[in-house]
Structures are given as C-alpha cells and as structure tokens.
Design a protein. Structure first.
Length: 212
C-alpha cells in the first residue's frame, strides 16, 4: 500500500479576475504572444539593449490523451531531453490515487485528477489554446521556490478560451476531461524549466475535482 498522501486543492472558474497574477484568458491564438525574459545580468553592468532575448518563442501542439486511468502529454513546441520524458511523452496525471490505477481498462470520465509534478519557466511565458471547445483544467501557483502543495489552485476552463501564464508561474500544462485533446502551444524558445516532484519532496500527490 502506498505511503503517499493526497492533498486536495480547490477548483475555481478561470476568469481574468481569478487569474490575476497567474496570467489571463486568451481569445485568439493568432493575435497573442508570450513574454520573453531578458537574460539575467551577472553584476552591475546592464545587458545591452536589444540583446539577451533574441531566441524568441516557439510554437507547436500540446497533445494529451488518456490510456485507461493515466493521462499522457506531449509538448511538440520544444525538444525533449529531460529525465521524466520517454519518447517525447510524459505522465501528466491519473484519474484516481496512483497506487490504484490501471492502464489496461477503457477510458471513463474522470471525477478527480491526481498530479505528481509541476514546473515553471524563468525564460518566458506559455500559452495554451484548445483546438476544439472542450473543457480543461490547469493547476497553478504563484512564483517562489519555497512552494508548498497547498499553494496550488486548479482553474477550470469551459474550452471557449485559451490560457496564458506569466514567466515563473508554477504549472503542469493543461488537463482535459475528454479522452483526447490538442492545444495550440507557444512559449519561450530557451525553455528553461524548474521542476518539483511532489511525491519525492513531500511524499504527497495533489488532486482536484473535475467539476465545480
């Protein structure tokens, strides 16, 4: 039996008001851009104007799919060189406590989603826009490396708008309810990533309901 605990985080409706500090809603993917953070200086001398931010952004789909009770994701906007990605895909979450999940069953509508990992990008913002009007959820937390599981809030989207998150915002992509979903993605091309593994650091998972 797993010794890991599960911490429930609140689920609230995503609005521009509720997303203040985290990001905002997106009406049009084509007319939206992402913030690019200038490379940090090492001392008192300033970075030359027009340099340190020339890598720009990168675009690509963010695809998600359920296999049984496991939700997988693939970010096609960036290369995949991290330890927790295998063949370009990674586990986003589970539809029940991970010690009870099964991959070899048919998909069924998840009432809860459990997550084990989150990250932030210090080099730029990130944008997700659904290719179809399907509901999704994104757990977010404000900047700071001394993050705690209880600092996260899950935001519910009805699928009519996309999500933009600022640099340094803790997140773990987007979590659809449907079996398969695809999002148009855009983010900083440098793709620096700072991660937290809840199960290793806190011996906990996070979970949230899928209905408000």
């Amino acid at each position: 039996m797993s010794s890991l605990k599960a911490v429930q985080i609140p689920l609230i409706k995503a609005t521009n008001e509720s997303l203040k500090g985290y990001g905002y809603l997106i009406d049009s993917y084509e007319n939206s851009d992402v913030e690019i953070v200038t490379w940090p200086k090492q001392g008192w001398r300033e970075i030359d104007k027009g340099t340190g931010n020339e890598a720009g952004s990168t675009n690509g789909s963010f695809d998600t799919w359920w296999e049984g009770e496991i939700l997988y994701g693939q970010n096609n906007a960036v290369q995949h060189n991290s330890d927790y990605e295998v063949d370009g895909k990674y586990i986003l979450g589970y539809s029940k406590s991970p010690d009870k999940i099964s991959k070899n069953i048919d998909y069924s509508y998840p009432n809860e989603i459990f997550i084990w990992h989150a990250n932030y990008h210090p080099d730029g913002g990130q944008l997700f826009f659904p290719t179809e009007s399907q509901e999704y959820i994104s757990p977010l937390a404000l900047p700071g490396d001394n993050i705690q599981p209880e600092n996260f809030i899950a935001f519910y989207f009805d699928g009519s708008k996309g999500l933009y998150i600022h640099p340094n915002i803790w997140h773990e992509g987007v979590f659809p309810i449907n079996q398969k979903s695809s999002f148009k993605g855009k983010q900083g091309k440098v793709h620096a990533r700072v991660s937290i593994d809840f199960k290793k650091e806190f011996k906990k998972y996070l979970y949230f309901k899928t209905k408000i």
